[in-house]
Design a protein around this ligand. Structure first.
Ligand code: MG
Ligand code: MG
Length: 599
């Protein structure tokens, strides 16, 4: 289907918005009146620019407070409309949006509304324009889609149809099934937006919190299925008012937006995308650093062995059980601010298939081979820049990244770490929703609910994405403002069947665990009954505790190295979370540790 986006959904000047929409692959745009008013380009120039960029102008919006008003008011509205229709002719736009009136003088009179909209449509027709009438969720008298359709049907004018907007319909809790009663040719336009499920004034909700389909809590795909059953064949158009998108760079936002429509079209069965290939495990986590010393010390104390070295690059493979950490001291140190998590190897049942899926969903594809002798690996970049390698570790017949490494012959040690439990990635503050959609849509992971976590200096949002069976768990988090990297660090959580033993061995090997405040343990004692001595052990080692309906979680943290720290986790009985309830205490402890070390 054709895809379109309202210019209000993107930041920047009109020209910047048009360029971003075109580059991301949209077929058309809705031009928002304010974007046109503020542009130095005349309507003909905008029309030419759109044509050059391969964009059609699918909608001009909006005309407001038109209908069901006193006659003298309506005469003024017609005069204004005539100007706008003239402008649209110059712009090459053939559909105008009319939002249901919020005018204080508007009458609760469907017959009058229909009659005036019919006269507006008469005028529009003279200019080759169609009028799409949309129910605002906060319209004074018309606030539901079926009411707007009733008015349109009453008017019975060929140049008057309705515009459906998923936000206005779903925010009111209207049943979208009734859309199927509207003839498809009378649905002149379809605007799509999702939103998080919030209990707030619907106008504020709409103006500030809309997001792209798949990023919120609405069943946008379900609504679109009803619309498609009517025979609607116009564009799927995104109209998203969002405080974050208004500030974020237009280019990545437009890509995020178009990706959301590709995933949506797949959901409703009108897109032909390569099937998702869900990763089954973490092959490796790759750290880049300019100084391997500090991170090597931590890994050694954690029981990792520097078991292999890359044949041609300064990359060491540290291993323990199935947990593998690459330490790269070569090029590629990102952001120049110390040790960071730069790449993740995902164990994939079909690496080339996973890459094809990612590419079809607009993920930047990375070169398959870094050096002549390297195994050709399929890799893409995630929105935060993290490189994702699709791996087939030691699987015959497939390129094997492990074969690029030569064993050092160092004997395995171990503190009982078996595998990587989860990876925690800090997202740029304006890419949080995009990251969740990316990991879900591109990688086929399932997203859990977003949670708010209190940091002493701000609020963090966190959302986990997981594969079936917990083989891949990624916790995405973001600060409310541009993050303080040194505290809001990424982390690698290592799974162990016995966190107390692992923590003791780590300490005995010279490792430093993050100390936790005594008050935390007093609170734990109040919340749970522990066996004799258990709590004292946790207090001594800085082990945190949580429990859910499925099981228990015990975890502790190393000191931060650069922008990364490690977590030891013991997950028992099918516990599903990440200890989010403990995160505020951990964050405060990290702030305190940083002040002490002057880091
Ligand atoms: Mg709308
Ligand atoms: Mg964690």
């Amino acid at each position: 289907m054709r895809t379109s986006i309202a210019t209000v959904s993107l930041s920047g000047s009109l020209t910047e918005k048009l360029t971003a929409a075109s580059r991301a692959g949209f077929d058309g745009v809705e031009i928002f009146e304010n974007d046109l008013l503020a542009s130095p380009l005349g309507p003909e120039e905008i029309r030419a620019r759109c044509a050059d960029l391969g964009l059609t102008v699918d909608l001009y919006q909006p005309l407001r407070d038109i209908e069901a008003v006193p006659e003298e008011e309506f005469a003024r509205n017609l005069r204004r409309a005539r100007h706008k229709f003239e402008l649209m002719r110059r712009l090459g736009a053939d559909t105008v949006l009319v939002c249901s009136s919020v005018h204080p003088l508007a009458a609760d009179d469907d017959a009058l509304a229909a009659e005036q909209l019919s006269r507006l449509a008469d005028l529009a027709q003279d200019f080759g324009v169609r009028v799409a009438y949309e129910a605002l969720a906060w319209g004074r008298h018309v606030s539901t889609y079926d009411h707007a359709w009733h008015v349109v049907e009453t008017a019975g004018h060929p140049a008057l149809g309705t515009c459906l907007d998923s936000f206005h319909i779903l925010s009111r809790g209207s049943d979208p099934k009734g859309i199927e009663d509207i003839p498809g040719e009378k649905i002149f336009f379809l605007q799509l937006a999702d939103a998080p499920l919030l209990a707030m004034d619907v106008l504020q909700w709409s103006r500030h919190y809309r997001c792209f389909p798949g990023q919120g809590g609405f069943d946008v795909a379900g609504l679109v299925r009803h619309v498609l059953r009517t025979g609607y064949d116009g564009p799927l158009s995104l109209e998203v008012f969002n405080d974050v998108f208004r500030q974020a760079e237009a280019g990545p936002t437009a890509v995020d937006a178009h990706r959301s429509l590709l995933v949506l079209q797949e959901q409703v069965g009108v897109a032909d995308l390569p099937a998702p290939v869900v990763p089954t495990g973490v092959a490796f986590a790759e750290l880049v650093t300019s100084d391997a010393g500090p991170v090597a010390d931590v890994l050694a104390a954690l029981g990792f062995t520097r078991g292999a070295r890359h044949r041609s690059k300064p990359v060491d493979l540290w291993q323990q059980g199935e947990a593998r950490v690459l330490v790269n001291t070569g090029t590629g140190v990102r952001r120049g601010d110390g040790t960071g998590l730069a790449a993740i190897g995902l164990e994939s049942p079909d690496p080339p298939g996973a890459a094809r899926r990612a590419e079809a969903l607009l993920a930047p594809v990375l070169p398959r081979r870094r050096a002549e002798r390297d195994a050709p690996l399929d890799a893409v970049a995630a929105p935060d820049g993290t490189e994702l390698f699709f791996c087939a570790t030691d699987r015959p017949g497939l390129p094997n990244w492990r074969a690029d490494f030569e064993d050092t012959g160092q004997p395995a040690a171990g503190t009982g770490v078996t595998r990587i439990d989860h990876l925690a990635l800090v997202q740029p503050w304006h890419h949080f929703d995009e990251a969740a959609l990316f990991h879900r849509g591109v990688l086929g992971l399932s997203a859990q609910e977003s949670v708010d976590v209190a940091d002493p200096y701000g609020l963090l949002r966190s959302r986990a994405v997981t594969g079936e069976g917990g083989g891949v768990r990624i916790a995405l988090s973001v600060g409310a403002a541009p993050a303080d990297d040194t505290v809001h660090a990424q982390h690698i959580a290592l799974s162990t069947p016995d966190v107390v033993t692992a923590a003791r061995r780590f300490r005995a090997a010279g490792g430093a665990l993050l100390p936790m405040p005594a008050n935390y343990y007093d609170d734990l004692a109040a919340r749970f009954a522990f066996a004799d001595g258990e709590l004292e052990t946790y207090r001594e080692l800085g082990i945190l505790y949580d429990r859910d309906a499925h099981g228990e979680f015990r975890h502790c943290y190393t000191r931060t190295v650069g922008r990364v720290f490690f977590e030891l986790v013991q997950r028992d009985g099918g516990y599903r979370g990440y200890g989010a309830v403990n995160a505020p205490v951990r964050l405060a402890a990290q702030h305190a540790a940083r002040r002490l070390t002057g880091g």
